[in-house]
Design a protein around this ligand. Structure first.
Ligand code: SF4
Ligand code: SF4
Ligand code: FES
Length: 261
């Protein structure tokens, strides 16, 4: 029995993510002739001119901002750079990854702090792959009003609302499948009127699915057992003794005719 399954209650989506940007001292219009068109954007309300092909992050760095955090992979995988922006003449608050979203003329940019997100603490080996497990740790999932704001906010184009509905039906496999590309950026939670943290709910659904519902990988278990028994120690020692040239030769001549499971 866990008295408070959410102890400690607050763990963030990007735990160490804090927006700490060093702003340039003044508006900067680069002197050198640009190799491509410069367009105006507003960063924290101030106008700058940046190359039109730049992403939000590169544009902000171009004019002198320094990111000390709130940025990671720069390739759309880590979810650290979740941001909001507005387009000219459009009231909507849009969401995106700052490393993937290309600037547009008169775009209004701001950086947001990390998304505080409730994340339950549980022992997966003591849970069952059933709705009751989700219900116990994330009862707020039943507050979903099917507004679809989460899906619209997702930079990964994940059907967030659909995986939440799957969770509510107890269909954990579908929830796991639909949420597989989640990068935990937190933007769905930011927009949710029901105040739930969709990505952590999906994480639990994927964990339960992986542990209990998917078929066991027998060839992997066999290979791990072989490793534990030391079956490959001799081969590893031989590889460790090779020169760089020898390693390269071995790599390029390796047998690629193996069975893919
Ligand atoms: S599901 Fe939520 S946390 Fe995951 S990528 Fe989409 S918006 Fe980000
Ligand atoms: S934003 Fe929240 S309430 Fe709206 S559909 Fe998504 S999970 Fe449900
Ligand atoms: S910096 Fe990793 S997703 Fe943008």
């Amino acid at each position: 029995m866990v008295d408070n399954p959410r102890t400690p209650p607050i763990i963030t989506a990007m735990e160490e993510k804090e927006v700490e940007v060093k702003a340039p001292a003044q508006e900067k219009v680069p002197d050198e002739s640009p190799k491509e068109n410069l367009i105006p954007v507003f960063i924290m309300g101030k106008r700058f001119f940046v190359p039109e092909s730049f992403t939000i992050i590169t544009a902000m760095e171009y004019v002198g901002f320094q990111f000390k955090n709130a940025v990671g992979c720069r390739e759309g995988f880590c979810g650290a750079c979740a941001t909001i922006y507005r387009l000219e003449g459009d009231y909507k608050l849009r969401t995106g990854l700052a490393c993937q979203t290309v600037v547009e003329p008169n775009m209004h940019l701001a950086q947001i702090p990390f998304t505080p997100a409730v994340k339950a603490v549980y022992d997966i080996s003591k849970l069952k792959p059933e709705l009751v497990s989700i219900q116990r740790y994330y009862p707020e999932v039943f507050r979903c009003v099917a507004c679809n704001s989460c899906t619209k906010a997702c930079p990964q184009e994940i059907e967030v609302m659909d995986y939440i509905q799957a969770v509510k039906r107890g269909d954990l496999e579908t929830a796991a499948d639909l949420s597989f590309d989640c990068i935990m950026c937190g933007l769905c939670a930011v927009r949710c009127p029901a105040e739930m943290v969709q990505f952590n709910i999906a994480l639990l659904a994927r964990r339960l699915t992986g542990r209990y519902l998917l078929p066991r990988s027998h060839h992997l278990e066999k290979r791990l057992a072989e490793q534990r028994e030391g079956s490959y120690e001799k081969d590893i020692e031989e590889l460790m003794g090779l020169s760089r040239k020898g390693l390269t030769k071995r790599y390029t001549e390796r047998d690629l005719d193996f069975e893919v499971f």
